[in-house]
Design a protein around this ligand. Structure first.
Ligand SMILES: C[S@@+](CC[C@H](N)C(=O)[O-])C[C@H]1O[C@@H](n2cnc3c(N)ncnc32)[C@H](O)[C@@H]1O
Length: 269
């Protein structure tokens, strides 16, 4: 099926306006990801498909579109240095500072299929050990794509996906499924996370400020202006002394917010 320049523009502008995702230079990828679905669905052009998306009151087609066009690549132990820093520096410091309230605000803002927030939950549970039940360290894990969040909530991963996870965590926090191929995150870890749909382009109306924010490998899909607006909202949602982690290949414009750089991808308010 042909994708005209007008059709491509309609799709990338739609995606950019609603979700900040800039695919204006990725025509082949956009076409490749949508083509089968559009053909099999019986639409005779990408315009007809976009008409259907924009008039579908159930929102199901938009959900599919987002599911196909967002890049959800993630994996357990990704950029483990961040988790190591959390354990060595951030948690001891916050545990001391919040010893009275025993309440930490933690947000994972591009949670994808759940590997990142589940790892955070495992690490935090291990860190506090026997004292963990006395703390509220529940993690808010959000993503814009409902399809990927459905997978995150299920928390089912193959043996291969778990191959990098330390054996201790595999033993404690996953249970083998009867199919003999897959593992599910244990309920005690699932209980530590609230998965919610949230678009980073929307106003941040969170009830609280966060001590720890993970916003890794999502800003790469946004243009500079979108990133600046986002980082302002993120800054305003951080507790003083709170930490922000971004992907190791990402950067933020610190002329817009007075964040201190601890390491190139770790910042402190
Ligand atoms: C490459 S994954 C990163 C996952 C994880 N943070 C990591 O570093 O492995 C990027 C995620 O950002 C999400 N995303 C893209 N645009 C978004 C937006 N406007 N609001 C919220 N999430 C968004 C995608 O759905 C995708 O799951």
């Amino acid at each position: 099926m042909q994708m005209t320049e007008e059709e491509f523009a309609r799709i990338y502008i739609y995606l950019k306006r609603r979700y900040g995702i800039d695919m204006s230079h990725k025509k082949e990828i956009v076409k490749g990801r949508l083509e089968n679905f559009v053909t099999n669905g019986g639409w005779d052009s990408f315009s007809a498909f976009m008409d259907a998306v924009q008039t579908d009151v159930t929102g199901q087609l938009e959900k599919r579109l987002l599911g196909m066009l967002t890049t959800n690549h993630t994996f357990f132990m990704r950029e483990f240095e961040h988790f190591d820093f959390l354990q060595r520096v951030v948690l001891p410091e916050l545990a001391k500072r919040e010893a009275k309230s025993k309440d930490l605000g933690i947000w994972c803002g591009a949670a994808s299929s759940g590997e990142e927030p589940y790892m955070l939950a495992m690490l935090i549970k291990d860190y506090f050990g026997l004292d963990h039940p006395n703390w509220d360290t529940k993690i808010l894990a959000t993503d814009v794509s409902p399809e990927i969040l459905e997978r995150a909530v299920k928390g089912v991963y193959s043996a291969e996906q778990l191959s990098n996870v330390p054996p201790k965590w595999r033993r404690h926090y996953f249970k083998a499924l009867p199919d003999g191929q897959n593992y599910m995150v244990s309920d005690e870890i699932k209980r530590e996370i609230y998965f919610r749909k949230f678009n980073l382009m929307d106003p941040f109306l969170f009830k609280r400020k966060f001590h720890i924010i993970f916003l890794r490998n999502v800003m790469i899909y946004f243009d500079a202006k979108t990133k600046q607006e986002l980082i302002r909202k993120v800054y305003n949602s951080m507790e003083p002394g709170g930490y922000l982690f971004i992907g190791r290949t990402e950067t933020i414009d610190r002329t817009v917010v007075p964040l201190h750089m601890i390491q190139p991808s770790i910042f402190r308010k």
